[in-house]
Every structure is written in C-alpha cells, then in structure tokens.
Design a binder for this molecule. Structure first.
Ligand SMILES: [Zn+2]
Length: 408
C-alpha cells in the first residue's frame, strides 16, 4: 500500500473509532481534541468552539441528547486574495442493526472500507487531512485562505453546529464547499422543508351507537382524500434546478420538484370507542422558487376550504425545517468545483439539485455565500445511514485528488 493511501485509511479508522453517533452525540469533545493536533501539524490555527449552554438549551437540546456540543474551526492564512470555508459534520447516525462488520471498528475488504460514517461524512474529513498533508509535503500553497468548520448535530437537526457558526459570523469565506453529500454530482440546489401536523377532531361515544358521536378517523380519511388535490397541485410545479440523470431516468423529471406527503396517521382509543381525534402528519418540501410564506398560505387556504366543505373541526401546526438553497449553476465557484471534480474522478460530474434539505442551506441563507455540496460516498453503493456503510478506497483517493486540484 502506498504511503498516502495508508495515511488516508489510518485517519479514517481513527475518526470512525470515535463514536459520534447522535442521538446522543456524546463524543464531540473527543473527536475535536483528536483533530486539533493533526490540523496544527499542517500549520492551522484551531479553535474548539462549544455551543453555549443557553443557545443549546433554547434551540437544540432534547431528552435524547447528552454531552457538550463541541465544534472545530481550523484556519490557515495562505496570504491569498480569496478564501474558502470547508464544511462537513462530525456526527453520524446510530449504527442500527444488520451489520456484517463491527460499525465502529472499521474493516478493509475488497477495496472498500466499512464502518459507520465512512461515507457520511468522515471519509471526507479523512480525505481533507490527507490532501493537506500532501500539500504540506510537496510545498503546494493553497490558492485560498482556508477556514475548516467541522461541526455537530447535522444528522439530528434542527440547530446544528453549522447553524450556530453562521449565526456567530464564523463563516467568512468568499465561497463555501460542503463536503457532506455523495459524489454523484455537484449539488447546488436543495428543497426547503416544512413538517406539518393536522389534528382532526370528532366526538367520542360508545361504538354501538356511532350516530351519537363523530368519528375523527373517518373525517381524517376525508381530509387525506382532499389533500391529494393539494399534492397534485404542488407537485405539478418545477424548479429551474436540474436533477441528476439517474433521477431523470427513474422518474422522467428533468428538474427538481416540490413534494407533499402524508407520512403518519395516528388516532383512536379502543375498538369500542368512536375516536375523538385523529392526527395526520407529513412534510411539504418546497423548491427555492417558492417562498415559505406562500407555502404556509396555500396550505392554510386549502384547509379552510376543506373545513367549510365538510364542516370538519381541525387544527394545523407547523414544524419548520431547513430553508431551500440555490446557487447559480453558472457561478464561478460552481465551475471551479465542477472542473476539479470532473478532472479528479476522470468522469464528467454534472450540476444537480436534490429534493431533500441540508443544514448548509440555513447557513448560506445567512451568509449569502455561493455553495456547492460534493462528498465522498456513492449514493447507492455506500448505503449511508444503513447497515454495512462503506466507501470505495478509490473514491476516497479521487476525493483527495479533487481537494488538492481545487485548492492549489
Ligand atoms: Zn451527512
């Protein structure tokens, strides 16, 4: 094994062995303390930044979380004219079941490395360290001053370490590279997310005399039926953001779309009680061209009509998620990232949008930085968030090459 490859794999193994799964997210301090001397060796100035208790308590803390929210900001001034913020998250999702290897003891097998977080997104952290080491060794100066932000709680939301960095003014680069994501294409657009809950009310009574009450489940079914009209309307829209060619192949759609789903239904007390209430939940993902106020107004107006039509008593609640993100595909930064990635991987990397959401969208809504997301895993084979998460060694090495090309 060549020495750089060994260094890369060793970094990744060390990172995976520190179990930063969230919930609970207990080992952020440990992983940041491991990273600091490594970055310092490459001439970076490191700050260990803990989210203050009052901010954490107000915006993120929950019963399932424990430990401090420790983030890393590593900066190096190369005397360059422009600067880049490089971001990804240090947390991973819990191991879950069904693994053939031990999730936090990485294993090399058939030119892949297996372990929780190797693709999402510790592989990109290990690649960055290897790229910096290579630049150091060959005395390659970065074209940009670098600010590396490695942060907490992306996988659990809603107020991740990156959101805190954005609010604190710690993201200051002319450009932002998000290393979270897969290596399918250069992602410039995401949807915003609005989770919703509709509580439908009825009136309970003995089920043998249902005419004395009102069955909330039956009323809710009617609401679901009516919502399909809103779903059709919403999903007939289209963003100008292109979707990946795989997505086009699978769905025929060429651009990303808004999404409307009913994803949970909950109601009833007992078999012989007419249910007094029923709750419907779902998500509404909106494209960058839709304003959140319009999304809310459209939903409220629609439900008002449903209410009037059937005389149904219902309440609507929202849980807002990340906003949408859109960087102009013709932006200079996008072109530079695309060129470096296509070069390093030896295949043309397309510019894409996705219908999911990212915490980086919250950050750039604040900072207005041009941003691209391009990560290390293969979005089908890597099985991020699943059992046997893995990444090809070749993809890691190509990603190192991509970083060196982009930065030098
Ligand atoms: Zn991720």
């Amino acid at each position: 094994m060549e020495s750089k490859e060994k260094e890369l794999i060793d970094y990744l193994k060390e990172l995976v062995r520190i179990p930063t799964f969230v919930p609970p997210g207990e080992n952020y301090g440990k992983i940041v303390d491991w990273l600091i001397p490594v970055f310092e060796d490459f001439g970076f100035r490191c700050e260990r930044i803990e989210m203050p208790e009052d901010v954490y308590g107000a915006r993120q803390k929950s019963a399932e979380l424990s430990g401090e929210r420790v983030n890393l900001l590593a900066t190096k001034d190369f005397g360059a004219k422009e600067s880049v913020d490089i971001y990804t998250h240090l947390d991973v999702v819990p191991a879950g079941e069904g693994w053939n290897t031990s999730p936090f003891e990485p294993v090399l097998k058939d030119d892949r490395i297996y372990g929780r977080g190797v693709a999402d997104s510790k592989g990109s952290v290990a690649s960055l360290l290897t790229a910096l080491s290579e630049m150091n060794e060959h005395e390659l100066e970065s074209k940009y001053n670098l600010r590396v932000a490695l942060t907490t709680d992306e996988e659990i939301g809603l107020y991740s370490g990156l959101c805190f960095f954005a609010d604190e003014g710690l993201l200051q680069g002319d450009y932002l590279l998000c290393m979270d994501g897969d290596n399918e294409g250069i992602c410039v657009a995401t949807n915003g997310v609005m989770n919703w809950e509709i509580k439908v009310y009825g009136k309970s009574c003995h089920s043998s005399v249902p005419f004395l009450g009102q069955n909330a489940i039956e009323k809710a079914m009617q609401v679901v039926e009516d919502l399909s009209e809103l779903k059709r309307e919403v999903e007939s829209r289209e963003s100008k953001a292109p979707c990946s060619s795989y997505m086009t192949e699978a769905t025929g759609q060429k651009h990303t779309k808004p999404v409307f789903n009913v994803t949970m239904i909950n109601g009833g007390v007992k078999e012989n009680i007419i249910p007094p209430s029923c709750t419907l939940c779902g998500d509404r993902r909106y494209i960058p061209e839709e304003a959140v106020e319009e999304v809310i107004k459209e939903f409220e107006d629609f439900l008002q009509r449903v209410k009037t039509k059937h005389g149904t008593e219902l309440e609507l609640h929202y849980k807002p998620g990340f906003p949408p993100m859109f960087t102009n595909p013709d932006d200079e930064w996008v072109r530079r990232v695309q060129d470096a990635a296509s070069d390093a991987f030896g295949v043309y990397k397309e510019i894409i949008g996705v219908q999911g959401g990212l915490d980086v969208a919250y950050a750039v809504q604040k900072t207005k930085q041009p941003v691209c997301a391009f990560g290390v895993g293969n979005w089908i084979e890597s099985n991020a968030h699943g059992a046997d998460e893995n990444v090809r060694i070749r993809d890691l090495k190509d990603y190192v090459r991509f970083l060196v090309r982009l930065l030098t």
